[in-house]
Design a protein around this ligand. Structure first.
Ligand code: ZN
Length: 411
């Protein structure tokens, strides 16, 4: 720690690891601060916490210290984070993002954790990845913000920093619910960009801008349900006509159909996961599509998929949906190690999957694959439950009718 050299105290600091260039600059600042400080040889040493008047540490005094520091976000901005509009983990994520505390590639490179040539933005590869670039200035991010603004007929030159964007993210609508939607959209867009960035870096997967737009609207619909406000539109309606979000005040007398449908979904037990699958058929266009959602026992979404498929008879399409989610499950060791429930609203499809043999001859390949996966590869069961428990999967299947390619999102 230090020693007396005659009448002068010299600090001698030891570190557990070799200091990086960035750490050496910090050490220099620390030593210059300590330079004017020396222990009093007449006093007994003791620890004190100066920000508290009783010299004892408290979280409140630390919060006050951080709030008063010019290096952090002004405290009034924080008040708009903790509104309960989005899951708590997303609020915490935004808090870190506003503080500049995310482990962006630029930051990791500056700390010498990754080499400089890996520090570039995964979207454009043209700039170093820091929060303000990743979430605002990158062409990819700006395209997402402009898409959202264009829905409402707005054009806006985005501010220079994420903190400024957050503090300026207000809407002038007098509609109470739309104000909440607008505020939530900031969280959802930034979260969607971060999830897409992680998918590209860690899973080598990417969504098109159109898929990201859809995912933002889907998350918005699902999270609105958590607010307990009457909300008369289905996810499908919002996807097709996002402007209906602004017309909510005109339609609030309608029954809250989504809430009613969602009530009957039952979570799996602890450590289990549940897939809900569904199929959709459009006789006018002769199109079929399937959709599914994987949730944990807290009801959190883990994976979503929505896919157009060749036109098939409805029971066959339901089997196709189960077949597809089993393939998705097997592709992820992280997921397939859980006990999994596959829940379908087709009694026939469930019966065929659980029978040791039989079923329509043209489904033999898929049914054999499903039977083998359930008996040998997975700890799983296929069960039947009515359509009312399947609102999200039903919506994803309907969206598949207007897609050209399969859409899968890991959340
Ligand atoms: Zn970029």
């Amino acid at each position: 720690m230090g020693f007396w050299d005659g009448s002068r105290w010299l600090w001698s600091l030891e570190w557990k690891r070799v200091l990086r260039p960035h750490d050496l600059a910090e050490q220099g600042r620390l030593l210059s601060l300590l330079d004017s400080v020396a222990p009093d040889p007449q006093c007994t040493n003791k620890f004190i916490w100066a920000p508290d008047k009783n010299d004892k540490f408290s979280v409140k005094s630390l919060t006050g210290l951080l709030d008063s520091s010019s290096a952090v976000v002004p405290s009034e901005i924080f008040k708009n984070i903790w509104k309960g509009l989005v899951p708590h983990r997303v609020e915490i994520f935004i808090w870190f993002a506003l503080l500049g505390k995310l482990n962006t590639r630029g930051k990791l490179s500056r700390l010498s954790i990754i080499p400089p040539y890996e520090a570039s933005c995964v979207f454009c590869r043209d700039h170093i990845e820091f929060e303000d670039h990743l979430f605002i200035h990158c062409d990819f991010a700006r395209g997402v913000w402009n898409w959202w603004l264009s829905i409402w007929g707005l054009r806006w030159v985005l501010p220079i920093s994420l903190k400024d964007l957050f503090s300026q993210w207000h809407c002038v609508s007098s509609d109470y619910l739309f104000k909440k939607i607008w505020r939530a959209s900031f969280f959802i867009i930034v979260w969607a960009l971060w999830k897409e960035r992680n998918a590209r870096i860690f899973r080598n997967l990417s969504c098109s801008p159109q898929q990201i737009h859809d995912l933002i609207l889907l998350r918005l619909c699902w999270w609105i349900r958590g607010w307990k406000d009457p909300f008369p539109y289905s996810c499908n309606e919002v996807l097709q006509k996002p402007l209906c979000l602004k017309g909510i005040s005109l339609a609030r007398t309608k029954p809250p159909t989504i809430n009613a449908l969602n009530v009957s979904w039952s979570p799996p037990s602890h450590l289990s996961l549940k897939w809900n699958t569904d199929a959709s058929y459009d006789p006018l266009c002769n199109l079929s599509a399937i959709g599914g959602v994987l949730r944990n026992n807290m009801g959190n979404f883990i994976c979503l998929f929505s896919s157009p498929i060749p036109p098939l008879e409805i029971n066959s399409v339901e089997v196709y949906a189960i077949y597809r989610v089993i393939k998705i499950t097997l592709s992820s060791p992280e997921i397939s190690s859980h006990h999994i429930i596959f829940e379908s609203d087709s009694a026939n499809a469930v019966r065929w999957c659980n029978d040791k043999a039989g079923g329509p001859w043209n489904l033999n390949f898929m049914l054999n694959f499903i039977r083998h996966a359930i008996s040998s590869q997975l700890n799983a069961q296929v069960i039947h439950k009515g359509r009312s428990s399947n609102a999200v999967a039903d919506s994803l299947a309907k969206q598949g009718l207007r897609r050209e390619n399969e859409f899968i999102a890991w959340l």
